[in-house]
Design a protein around this ligand. Sequence first.
Ligand SMILES: Nc1ncnc2c1ncn2[C@@H]1O[C@H](COP(=O)(O)OP(=O)(O)OP(=O)(O)O)[C@@H](O)[C@H]1O
Ligand SMILES: [Mg+2]
Length: 320
Amino acid sequence: MREVLHEAGEQVSESIEEKVASIYADVVEKHKRKPVRDVDKMTEILKKEYRLLVDKKTVTLTVAAFLAGRPVLFEGPPGTGKTEIGEAILSLWAGKPALVIPCSENYDEYRVIGDFHPLMALRYGFNEKSFIPRPLLAAMILDTGVLVDEIRRSNEEFQNLLLDVIDKRRIIVPELRRVFRAKGEGFQVIFTSNPEDYAQGELSDAFLRRVVRIPFNYPPPELEAKIVRLRYDADAELDSGLLKSMIEVVNLLRQKAAYKPGPADTVLWARIAGRLAALRGRRQAAVRDVVEAATIVLYKRVNEEEIVDEVLEKVFGLRP
Ligand SMILES: Nc1ncnc2c1ncn2[C@@H]1O[C@H](COP(=O)(O)OP(=O)(O)OP(=O)(O)O)[C@@H](O)[C@H]1O
Ligand SMILES: [Mg+2]
C-alpha cells in the first residue's frame, strides 16, 4: 500500500484499476483458478482443500441465490463456520480469493468504496491520483466476491448502501465522475450475522427482503465429530470415545452456559488436548489432557468456570 501511494505520488499516472491490481495482486491475482460453480464439485473441494464440511443443501442454496443475482445471509451461532465457509464458497465461485469486510458500527462508504488521501488530495486535488480504493470497489473491479462479516454490527445506512451496490452491480464515485460496473459474475456477496452475539443490532425488513437467508446451526454430534477429525492435526491420537465425550460436554454447555462453545471451540479443544499429550511424550491423548485443555478453551467467563467444571466432572468423572 505504501508503495502504491508512493508510486502514485511520484509518477502520478495510476488509474483506479491499476491501483486495485497492484494493491490486491498478492491476495487476489496470484491465486486465480478456474471458477467452480458445480454444487458437487464445490462441496468436494470445500472438504478436500478447505477442510470444511458443508452440507450440499447450503452449497446448493447459495449457488441458486448467486444465479438469481441475490446476496446471501449466513446466520447462526458463533463458531459454526459461517465466515470460513462464506469466504471459501465466494472464492471458488469467482475463481479467485474473496475480499473480507469486517463490519463495525462506524463503517461507512469511505471505508469500503474508497477515500482520498488527505496529503495527496492537497497536492493533486480530489481526483484519481489521490483516491485510495477500498475492498468493495476493489472486488467489483477484480470481479471477485465480498464477505461482509458480522453485518449486524454495522449501521442501517451502511447496510442500505451495500444493498444498493449489490442490486445495481455498480458503484458511483461522484468526486471522480466515474461509474464502476461489475463486469462478470464473480462479484457476489455473502453476509454473516450472529443474532445471539453481544451488541448486535437488528436487521431491517428492507434488508431481509433483499437477501437470501440461510440459517446455520450447531451440527449434530456425529457431524461435529467428523469436523473435529477433519481439522485434528496433533501428533497424539485422539480416541473416538474421548472425542464423543468432548462433544457431549460442548452440547451440555450449549444448554447450560451463557457462553455456548461452537464447533470452532471443539476443534481447538481437541487440537490443544492432542498437543498437551504430545508435549508430555504420550502417543495418545488422555482424559487429563482433555480436561486441562478445557480450562484454556472453555473457560470464557470467570463466573461460568464452575458450570464448566461441573459438566467436565459429570462427563469425565474428573475436575480440572
Ligand atoms: N462445517 C465445518 N467444517 C470445518 N470446520 C468447521 C466447520 N464449522 C466450524 N468449523 C470450525 O470453526 C472454524 C470456523 O469458524 P468461523 O469463524 O468460520 O465460524 P463463524 O460461524 O463465522 O463464527 P463467529 O460467529 O464467531 O464469527 C474452523 O476453523 C473450524 O475449526
Ligand atoms: Mg464469523
